[in-house]
Design a protein around this ligand. Structure first.
Ligand code: ZN
Length: 154
């Protein structure tokens, strides 16, 4: 087994930031650029990458085990790492959303459904973790396929 020697060094110190986004390969470079270059996080954040991203935090009734696991992981980071800032990102054309039954949301329009879930997650978060600052974002793309990210009001 070869050993790969990297330029990257272990990050020392602490972080107070947790990011949750989808694992869709099309957006990974965009998410990375947004978090590090636009929000200036300097790679200093915990990260949960799961299908549908923050969606699983809202699935109490439809997929309770998924929801339970997601909250367990989130609680781990918040409590063990002293997380104070939570960044939730949804994205356009999320394949995981297409597996969700339509009745779970007020609207049939995908983006409205995703924004509704982001707000649901933020509302629940305020109850469970009142000291946590929550930021919501929606990623898409423009005509030449550049990734765009909108801030969504909490
Ligand atoms: Zn996705």
């Amino acid at each position: 087994m070869p050993t790969f020697q990297l330029e990257s060094k272990l990050k020392r110190g602490e972080t107070e930031i947790l990011v949750i986004h989808c694992g869709d390969y099309r957006f990974q470079a965009g998410f990375h650029e947004f978090l590090n270059d636009k929000l200036n996080l300097n790679q200093n954040y915990d990260l949960m990458v799961i299908p549908g991203g923050p969606l699983s935090l809202t699935l109490f009734e439809y997929l309770p085990k998924f929801s339970w696991a997601s909250w367990k992981w989130l609680r781990f980071f918040v409590e063990k790492h002293g997380i104070k800032r939570l960044i939730l990102i949804q994205h356009q054309d999320c394949g995981f959303y297409k597996t969700m039954p339509a009745h779970l949301h007020d609207s049939a329009e995908p983006r409205e459904r995703q924004e509704q879930d982001l707000r649901r997650a933020a509302t629940t978060m305020k109850k469970d973790f009142p000291g946590l600052k929550v930021e919501l974002y929606y990623a898409g793309w423009d005509a030449p396929d550049r990734v765009t990210i909108d801030s969504i009001p909490v």
